[in-house]
Design a protein around this ligand. Sequence first.
Ligand code: ATP
Ligand code: MG
Length: 432
Amino acid sequence: MSAKITAIRGMNDILPVATKDSPVTTERWQAVEQVLRQLMQQYGYREIRLPIVEATPLFKRAIGEVTDIVEKEMYTFEDRGGDSLTLRPEGTAGCVRACLEHSLTYNQTQRLWYTGAMFRYERPQKGRYRQFHQFGVETFGMTGADIEAELILMTARLWKLLGLTDVVSLELNSLGEKESRQAYRAALISYLEQHVDQLDDDSKRRLHTNPLRVLDSKDPKVQAVLVNAPQLFDYLDEESRTHQQKLTAVLDAAGVSYTLNPRLVRGLDYYNKTVFEWVTTALGSQGTVCAGGRYDGLVTQLGGQATPAVGFAIGLERLVLLIDTLQQDKISTETDIYLVADENAVNQALLVAETLRNTLTKYRILTHCGGGSFKSQMKKADKTGAIIALILGQDEIAQQTVTVKWLQKGEQVTLPQTELSDYLHSTLGASA
Ligand code: ATP
Ligand code: MG
């Protein structure tokens, strides 16, 4: 027997049934996706669909050479023509590339959203995978704190729609502008240099390349060193301070609570001013469900005219896991109507089902396929959890009738096929 071929580690199937490795069903995913689409429509955001593969230099230039993603997480390969391509590790770079390519941001504002698979070579664990999905929003052309406020209010509404308001909290910080960040960077480096023996290897490596990322370290010894480290807030430029105050004023007025977290930074180099995260403690250590911020520098970095930009990305695996953990809004996956037919009535059953689907549009209707005795067909009907079995036996065919059996109540009635649709409409409508 040849060896079994399995999925790639960290790249999971999403199935209609829950399993240990894939605990969240496709129905749950679809329910969340539907809420997201509706939300985007409500806010007037429009969808952009982007390729999964981009030229490698796009990510190197957009994300930055000294980031986790570019240093060690990208799936990069040479195609048959010898070009270096990369499976997208995030959506922002591709979105900006597309906007520039099609002049979507030139002299105009844009409010866009995307969703899809992203790829990072990381150690797979709960909430962290090699293929995962993000839902992201990117806006262009708006400099004020009002757009950041809009995005945060939008995410707050999303948690409300999904019943998550009590289990997520908002953390906020400002990274300032380039100059203030550089002054802070220098102060942080000189502080950390004095404590270099207490830093872990990752932090030592980042000390001179990407020192702000040290603030993000989960290592307890590094965390202890950071307690007395200089604070970014003390180095903030006046404009960034005012910007943050404008944002928090809206959040205060809207009743959205937040924590100012001076150590909140992003793994990507292109952020300035506002950064935010929605975090939860209900998922273990992979607690960031949504991360975003302002990235005014990226469009010029990729060769476009200076264009302010703000966006966020939600890790959908973490989101659906969180909803699943709380076991809220149980999604019904059961069949409503199951058609059982004599072997001579199989074609007729398919046609009856088609007719019913024309009018009973919100019900799940399954026709038994594959033959078998009445008894075994009825067993299948029961197993699907159907409310009703429709029976087309020899008598029914001869008399152009159909028997409606209410599986849970155990009652049944036989009526002319022509009356079936009306009967189901009136009775199902009342019981559904
Ligand atoms: P982390 O610190 O958890 O690695 P990050 O800073 O790398 O996160 P971003 O690049 O900001 O993450 O991505 C936005 C969101 O996408 C994250 O907050 C998270 O919800 C999700 N995400 C990122 N990497 C993964 C992954 N490997 N598996 C599942 N979700 C992920
Ligand atoms: Mg990461």
